[in-house]
Design a protein around this ligand. Sequence first.
Ligand SMILES: [Zn+2]
Length: 307
Amino acid sequence: MNRRDVLRLLPSVAATLALPGAALARRRGSDLEVTDLGERLFLISGGGGNVTVFDSPEGALLVDGGAAEHAADILELVRARSRAGRVHTLFNTHWHRDQTGANLALGSAGTRIVAHENTRLWMSTEVNCKWEGRVYERLPVEAHPNETFYTSGSLDFGGERIDYGYLPQAHTDGDIYVFFREANVLVCGDVIASDAWPVIDWTTHGWIGGLVDATQTLLELGDANTKFVPGKGRVLSRADVQTLHEVLATMKQRLARLLAQGMSVQDMIEAAPAREFEARWGDPSLFIANAYPGMVARYTQLGVSIV
Ligand SMILES: [Zn+2]
C-alpha cells in the first residue's frame, strides 16, 4: 500500500494539486516526500521527523510536525492537500525538535496541541542533552502543548477513532503512541526506528528496559496488518517491530550481564555484544553508550547482581 510514486513538482503546482498517491514537493531546500497510508492518512517525510496527517472536513490532524526549518513548507503542503485547508489538532509524540518544529506556528494560531505532560515540561525548560553535547533552550509558551495527559485517552475525530497512550521511559520519558483504529495505522515516534538502532535519550529519562516494554505494548496494540510509523524512515510492518523488540530484549540481557561484570561503556563496546545485528542496524556504539546510564540507575530492575 505504501505507494511512493515520486514526482518532482514546482511549489506552485504542489500547492494547487491534491494528488491521490504520492508527491515530492521541492522548495527552498526542502525535499518533502508524501506517502499514502490509506483511509485519509498520509505521511510527510524529509522535513526532520515523520509527519503523519489525517485529513477530515474539520481540519487536518497531525502527529508530529517535523523540524522548525521545514515547518512552513510542511504546513503549506498539509493545507494544500487537506480538504479543510487547515490544521485542527497536533499531537507531539515527544519533545525532540525534529517532532515539535511546527508547534510555534500552530500554537500561535490557536491550534490544539496534545502531548504527554512530561513533553510539555521538557519544552518549558532548558535541556542539557549531554550525549549530544547540546543545550536546548526552553521554547516560547505558545509552542508548548496546551492539552496534556499522563496515561491514555481517546477521541472521535472526522469519523475515526483515535486512541493515544503513554509508553513510559523508553526513548524519552514523554513518549506516546497515536493509533488510528479504523485505518490500522499506529504512530510510534522514535520508540521504534527504521533499520537503525533506536536512540535512548537518557538525559530526558529514556532507557533500554522502557524500550523493550514499549515495543511489546505496540505489538499488543497492533495486528498483522498494522502500519507502524516510526519517528524517522520507512513505515514498518509488525514483523519489523517484532524483530526490533527481540533485538532490544536480547541487548538488555547481554548488557546487563556485562554491567554485572563491572564493565565500563568502552569495555562494553569492545566486547561487541551486538555483533550479529550490525549488518542490519549499523554501529551500536551510541546505543550502548546511551543504554549505560539508564541501566546503572535501574540496576535493581535488571535481574543481575552487580559485582
Ligand atoms: Zn526523538
